[in-house]
Design a protein around this ligand. Sequence first.
Ligand SMILES: [Zn+2]
Length: 85
Amino acid sequence: MSDCQGLGDCDDSRLHRLYEYLDGALPAHEVAEIRTHLESCSDCLSEHDLECMIRSAMKRSCHEQAPASLKDSILTKIHTARSEA
Ligand SMILES: [Zn+2]
């Protein structure tokens, strides 16, 4: 239980569920499962934080629909910042 093995879906499907989690589209028991997992898995947590940042940046900068290019440029900036850290 020291890493992602515990939940068994800590791969591409994990990301999928994170997005659903942030959309509020998961049933309560899966929400609880993901919250527990985020507490113990820094990989998923950073992915979660990244997605939260992107979403709030999009909400701030565009009240209607955020263009895909915005997400790309935010992601590029974040990845650049990460690789410099
Ligand atoms: Zn994980």
